[in-house]
Each structure stands twice: as structure tokens, then as C-alpha cells.
Design a protein around this ligand. Sequence first.
Ligand code: PLP
Length: 392
Amino acid sequence: MTFPIDRARADTPGVDHVAHCNNAGAALPPNVVTETVVEHLRLESRIGGYEAAADTADAHEAVYRSIAALIGAEAVEIALVENATRAWDMAVYGFPFSTGDRVITARAEYASNAIALLQLRQRHDLEIVLVDDDEHGQIDLDALDAELARGAAMVALTHVPTGGGLVNPAAEVGARCREAGVCFVLDACQSAGQLPLDVDRLQCDVLSATGRKFLRGPRGTGFLYVRDEWIGRLEPPLLDLHAAEWTSATTFRIRDDARRFEGWEASRAGQLGLGAAVDYAMDVGVDAGWARLHTLAERLRRQLTDLDGVSVHDKGAVRGGIVTFAVDGHDSVAVKEQLRAARVNTSTTTPSHGHLDGRALPALVRASVHYYNTEDELDRLVDVIVGLTGRS
Ligand SMILES: Cc1ncc(COP(=O)(O)O)c(C=O)c1O
């Protein structure tokens, strides 16, 4: 079946202005997302914020069900939070670590998660174990087996890193964690909306995601999934009167569902917009979107690899929509600006965010494609790079 690219682009007004290859930063939203957000803000301005929340309570409840459907979970296992980092933090800082526990992670771990683990190491004298890459540049599953055999409290894995095309074999990791009885925390920030996610297939106990990237939702939105059996075992590091009930002057009771990881105040407009983005993603079909963006990204990698003076740096046996490259003799930030001037949006990687990466790479240009991109747009990107290499 051919991908409904005309519909996807007709639904995305941004494509008339820019070739947007910064979807790993924040994707262009479809109309329905923008309209949902703006409509709710207008309702708030007409009748009041609390009244608007009351009148849209059913739609708000439906957001939990939509997210649950997207990842094969139950609505009670979903919390709506501001972003992927806060989602991950609420679960991991809430983990009942014992002194000296081992936490296993891998080279692709996101910088904020790595910083949090270092802080938790100070608090609990944790041993942070780094599993090396295999020959494909993904987490080495044999090395993981060996580390799990030594015992661990948690495995924290980033599914798709911020700085490259790698798709880590999360389901293989999940199966090993399940077998070993170890909590598996999956950072799905870059994979949510990019590729199909099913928490039972992945066998993850915690999954964190953001709204604005491949899901095409509003900024300032994200969600946390916690497997039912783990909800009661993770005590939120922060509580308020939404996450807990003040039962007497001296007592409180934490909620039983995943909303214990939420705070009371949030952007209702943003959350409804996130729901619209998730519904849209499921309507387009995450499988179909993944097939298309995967093909586009491989095409772009081939085009760039074929250019003299350009190096492509994506690792992995399976590679997704994030394409990273450097142009000899050109600073990547300057390349990004040149592309921006040609109305092609990209971004750059930050070397200091990749201390675990092990490759000591300079800043790279990051072109992250979505299903709504076209071959013509990618050719425009490549033309700019050809122009630069011709001049270097
Ligand atoms: C892999 C990964 N995890 C987590 C995050 C943090 O997401 P957020 O900015 O929504 O907190 C990012 C952001 O780029 C990311 O790429």
C-alpha cells in the first residue's frame, strides 16, 4: 500500500514554508493538533480555565486511552507530564534503590538521564555499569547477559539516541530484563511516533516519551508509562494534592494509578493537543509512517555517503529517521545555518551530551526526517551540501 503522502502534507501547513528535517527536535504538527490547542485556549478565554477543563473532561480522559492504545498499555498506567525528561525522572528518582545497587546502561543513554544517574549514584552509592556496543554500534546483548548475571536493580536504555540513527534492540533487552527480574526503563523519547511501540513486546516496565518530536504534538507535553505491577513500587520524588490525598493533618495517601507521577497544574490545551497528535499518528498508521521515514532516511544517508568530503556517522543494525553527518572543512553549526538560509531545517549534535558515546566526534549536522518529508526536500538538502563541498 502506498503511503498517503498527499494527505499527510495537506494536513501539515508547515511544509509549504520549509523542508523540515528537524523532527528529532520538534516536528511540524498536523492541523488537528494546532486547532485542538488553539480551540481549547479560546474556550478558556471565553468561559474560564477551570470551566473549560470541566467541559472537556471527557476529551481529557480520552487522551490517556489514546496513549495507552498507541503503546499497548492500560490507561491507568499512563501519566501526562511536561516532557520526556520529567517522565523518566519521576520513575527513576522514585525507584527504591538500596545502597550499592547496580544500574546497567548503554552508550546511547540520553545526557539528562546520565546526569540523573550520576546524582543517584551519589545518593545511593550506585554502581553504574556501561555495556559496550556490539559490532553494529547497538547495545551488546552478550555483554548485557554477562552484566545481568552479576545482578542489577535496573536497566536504563535509550531506544533511539538524540544524536544518530541507531535503533537499539529494545525488545531483546526487555526479554533479558524480564528473565532476570530486573526493572527495564526505556527512554522512548525519539522512538515514540517514529516506530511502532508495544510495551508487552518491548517488555519494558517504564517508558518515557515526549509530545513534540516524532509524535508531532505540542511542545511542553510528554507522557510516562509505568507497568501496573511497578506503580505501587515507585514512590514519586515529588507529591502534590493531585498525586496524593491529604488524609489528616499528619497523614497522606499516594494515588494508586500512574497519575501519582503527575502534578496538578498542567496545560490542558497542550494535553488535548497531545491526544490529537496520538490519534492522528494512529490514524496515519505508525507502521506505515515508519516504513516511509525509514526509506527516506536510508536514501538520504546514501546520497550523503556518495559525496566526497561528507561523512555519515549513524550506527546500528536498524537505523531510523535521524541522519548525522559532517562536511569536511565546515563547522556543522555553520552548515546548519546555510541549510536554514535555504529553508531546510536541521540541527546539530552537542559533543558534550555524548560522553558515553565513546567516539569523540565533533558536532554533527542532524537531519531528522519524518514521513511527511519528500524526496525533493531531501534533494534540496543534498544540493546545499554539494554546493559547500564544491567550495571547500
Ligand atoms: C533520547 C532522548 N531522551 C530524552 C530527551 C528529552 O526529552 P524532553 O526534552 O522532552 O525532556 C531527548 C530530547 O532530545 C532525547 O532525544
